[in-house]
Ligand binder design. Sequence first.
Ligand SMILES: CC(C)(COP(=O)(O)OP(=O)(O)OC[C@H]1O[C@@H](n2cnc3c(N)ncnc32)[C@H](O)[C@@H]1OP(=O)(O)O)[C@@H](O)C(=O)NCCC(=O)NCCS
Length: 309
Amino acid sequence: MSEFTIRPMRTGEADEVSELVRVSTNHWYESHARGAIFTGPAEATRLFCEVYEALDPGFCIVAEDAETGRLAGSCFYRRRETHISLGIMNAHPYFFGQGAAAQLLAFITNYADQQGLPIRLVSSAINLDSFSLYNRAGFVPRIIFQDMFIESLDEDLLASVNGADRVRPATPDDIPAIVSLEQELVGIRREKDYRFFIENAMGIWHTLVLEGDDGRIDGFLGSVAHPGSNLLGPGVMRDESTAEALIAAQLNHHRDSTPVFLVPAQAAELVRTLYGWGARNCELHFAQIRGDFRPPTGVIMPTFMPETG
Ligand SMILES: CC(C)(COP(=O)(O)OP(=O)(O)OC[C@H]1O[C@@H](n2cnc3c(N)ncnc32)[C@H](O)[C@@H]1OP(=O)(O)O)[C@@H](O)C(=O)NCCC(=O)NCCS
C-alpha cells in the first residue's frame, strides 16, 4: 500500500486529472475484455473538470502519492439539499489496488457523515472493482439500470409515440416544478443541478418536459452532447408512457448521434418498447446508496454528466 495525501485539486491540475480519468477508465475497460470508453480527442475528458468545477468549485479531490507527488486518483462530489452525489472515481492504472480510491472514498464518507446526509452514485454492475469499493464502504445496490442505445432509428415511429405532442423544451420557469416532481417521486432535491442544465451556459445540454392536460409537469428528461459524454438523462417521470414520449423526443433531437441512456430494469413495459425500437444493452449499472433510501415511484433515468444517481 502507498501513502496518499487526499486534498482538493489545485488550479492548473485540471489537465492532469482529465488525463487520469481517460487513462484509468480506458485501461480498466480494455483490460476487462471491453473497448475503451473515451474514444474522442484526449482533451474531451476535460469536460468532467469543467462541469464539476463550474457547479461546485473545490469539490474535486485527488490522492497524491506522498513519495513522488504523482496524482494516483481523483473523485468528484457535490452536496445537495438532501444528499451528497458522488461522481466519477478513478485510480491511475499504475496505482490500481493500492488504496487510492478507498482513501478518496473515506474522505467523502466522512464529509457526508459530518453533514448527516446519504451518498448516492451509479456504479457499473460489470466492474467488480468499483462495486466492491463502494459496497465495502456501506453502499447498498438499490436499483438496476440497463444502459441502452439505438443505432438506427425509425423516425416515423418516434414521431408517432403517444404524448409526443406534449413534450417541449424546459425553461427556467419550469425549475420549481421539476424540483418538486423529483422530491415527490424520488424523495431528493437538487435545484442547482437543474438550474445549471436549463441555463445551459456551456451549450451542451438539452432538457425537455412533458406537460399534462392540467398544465402540470409529468416528467422531464435532459441530455448532453459532447465528445466526452453523449447521454440522455437525468430524467424523472410519473409513469412509463411519459418516459417513452420523452426518450423518443430526445432520440429525435439526437438522431445524428447514438446517445446511451439508463432505464430502470423494473420498468418492464418501457424496456420492451425500447427493444421494439431496436435498442441494445451495452452495460448494467446499480444505483448504490449509503444511508437513507426511499424506493422511487415512477421512472428515474440517471446520467454520468454530471453524476445524478
Ligand atoms: C474502481 C477503481 C477506482 C478502484 O481503485 P483502486 O485504487 O484500485 O481501489 P482500492 O485499492 O482503493 O481498493 C478498493 C477496495 O475494493 C476491494 N476489492 C476489490 N475487488 C474486490 C472484490 N472482488 N471483492 C471484495 N473486495 C474487493 C479492495 O480490497 C479494497 O478494499 P479495502 O480498502 O477495504 O481493502 C479503479 O479500478 C479504477 O479507477 N477503475 C477504472 C475507472 C472506474 O471503474 N471507476 C469507477 C466507476 S465511477
